[in-house]
Design a binder for this molecule. Structure first.
Ligand SMILES: NC(=O)c1ccc[n+]([C@@H]2O[C@H](COP(=O)([O-])OP(=O)(O)OC[C@H]3O[C@@H](n4cnc5c(N)ncnc54)[C@H](OP(=O)(O)O)[C@@H]3O)[C@@H](O)[C@H]2O)c1
Length: 255
């Protein structure tokens, strides 16, 4: 993967959902590269434990209680980062939920016509409204970075092209809440990236792969290491790198 020459060493990076799954591996890889990682998690004790692990390895990190769906937590995140660092170099909107399916990776239990409204609403709160409003809240701090980067962890399941293509592997499963929330996140990625075009800030969405996590299930074909490497790549794009794109590895995915 090219265009990733902007070192993460010393960069201030917030990872949402950073205490388990893909987020935790992103945190570990960032710390290994010398970033100051802010581990955002709903469960502060879990974030504290991750930060203790980082400190034990001589890395820098801070724990932050952050339920991304909570407006007060998002505001508190702004003030905490402003006070400690005065800026934010990278925001990785990783936190996400999949409620349509009871056993991650298996077909959605209910077809779109009978999906539970509560599931669709709750999924949108976490997968769409939360990253949108967190980005809005933190953007003043990202503007203070010399090379701000925002990585939205989306999914190939948010690709309208794939959802409507009978030959796509994602076609047979219809997870109304998850799929539409990630499609909306993709649209946000385009809109905010275009608004910020001409500034140093780059915003991209990634599909991290089908990963062996609580969400992806044990039968997934990739490990979190691969997904995290992708997130770090788009977090460290140089000035010539893309913005407003949707990627898997270094390939553009169709919207
Ligand atoms: N796994 C896959 O195959 C796959 C494929 C494509 C895209 N993705 C995306 O990758 C991202 C990470 O998924 P994963 O596989 O690591 O899933 P996971 O193992 O289920 O972990 C989800 C993470 O999101 C956090 N989270 C959920 N709701 C939150 C909230 N309201 N506030 C703060 N944190 C919250 C969880 O924290 P708690 O510990 O507090 O629950 C956890 O850290 C998601 O955006 C997912 O949609 C995953």
């Amino acid at each position: 993967m090219n265009n990733a020459t902007n070192s993460l060493h010393g960069k201030v990076v917030l990872v949402t959902g950073g205490a388990r799954g893909l987020g935790l591996e992103i945190v570990r890889q960032l710390a290994a590269q010398g970033a100051h990682v802010i581990v955002g998690a709903r469960d502060k004790a879990r974030a504290d434990a991750v930060v203790s692990e980082l400190h034990g390895e001589g890395a820098a990190g801070t724990a932050l209680e952050l339920d991304v769906t909570c407006e007060d937590d998002r505001a508190a995140a702004y003030f905490a980062i402003e006070k400690a660092h005065g800026k934010l170099d990278v925001l990785i909107n990783n936190a996400g939920i999949l409620l349509d399916s009871v056993n991650g990776g298996t077909p959605a239990a209910r077809q779109p016509s009978i999906a539970f409204p509560s599931v669709v609403r709750e999924t949108f709160e976490a997968n769409f409204f939360a990253p949108v409003f967190l980005t809005q809240t933190l953007l003043p701090l990202i503007r203070k970075s010399e090379a701000g980067r925002i990585v939205n962890v989306s999914s190939i399941r948010g690709s309208l092209a794939h959802l409507s293509d009978p030959t796509s592997p994602v076609y047979p499963i219809r997870a109304l809440g998850y799929d539409t929330s990630k499609a909306a996140l993709n649209a946000f990625t385009i809109l905010i990236a275009e608004e910020l075009r001409g500034t140093p800030i780059k915003v991209n969405a990634i599909h991290p792969g089908w990963l062996r996590t609580a969400m992806g299930g044990e039968q997934a074909d990739m490990g979190v290491e691969d997904g995290a490497r992708m997130a770090l790549h788009y977090a460290s794009l140089d000035a010539d790198g893309p913005t407003g794109g949707f990627f898997f590895l270094d390939q553009r995915l169709p919207w």
